[in-house]
Design a binder for this molecule. Sequence first.
Ligand code: ATP
Ligand code: HMH
Length: 265
Amino acid sequence: MAPNVLTIAGTDPSGGAGVQADLKAFSANGAYGMSVITALVAQTTTGVSRVQEVPPDFITDQLVTLLDDVRVDAVKIGMLANAEVIRAVTAVLERYCPPFVVLDPVMVAKSGDRLLAPEAVGALRDELLPRVDLITPNLPEAADLLGEGEIASPDQMPAQAERLAALGAKQVLLKGGHLSGESSVDLLHGDGVSEFLSTERVVTTNDHGTGCTLSAAIAALRPQRADWLEAVCEAKQYLTDALRASERLDVGRGHGPVHHFHRWW
Ligand SMILES: Nc1ncnc2c1ncn2[C@@H]1O[C@H](COP(=O)(O)OP(=O)(O)OP(=O)(O)O)[C@@H](O)[C@H]1O
Ligand SMILES: Cc1ncc(CO)c(N)n1
């Protein structure tokens, strides 16, 4: 049986990030995809021009209507825009307790535009983060959550993941995509174990939505795999393949999207 997997996130009309990327990653990884939208974002490969936030009580209504009918096997949470939305989503998670909740703590788009109000970082850290199963911060997000400077080398990743775990995160996938080097190195930390996951760094400007794709693929795979390590390793391989396949795309003038494809294609 395919798992029912829900994304709670913002939109990207160009299809590279947000809900649109998540649904593609769900399908390509064998899940049935569903979505609750938190914000409409006027964005493309070159940046964000405007954000229209959805009223928090309407996000609650979307979630409750869905969860009262459909069994949800995993949840991926992306852009939440502000503290009121964070509180609405946290309350629904507490009420329904879905299994396997992955939080991508989206704060800033690749273009540099903010997707989370700066004053909402505290609510994300103190109210939502302790209630999810896995967080997937990139290095600037990890620094922001901890109120410290950005680390600059993989050697510093285990200690930083430990500090994130101390905030209440059960599992941490610290993403090293923002470092340079021939490999793209992430660190999975949880249950007392830290494991570096390394793939070849693909040379491309089509890197819009890499974080969304990775966290969505993890959420799709986790109900189908024995543990987090298996799901995360396979999701990272899926992302690397999708980055490579992006050479088949011609979408926009800026940071182009990755190409989601079915394995038998
Ligand atoms: N050029 C690349 N080649 C291979 N893997 C990459 C590359 N760039 C990023 N990654 C991988 O992509 C995943 C996302 O990492 P990254 O640090 O870019 O996230 P992000 O900044 O949250 O992404 P975004 O904000 O664009 O959604 C990680 O697994 C990282 O290692
Ligand atoms: C809606 C949305 N979520 C996340 C990101 C981060 O890439 C983005 N650009 N847009």
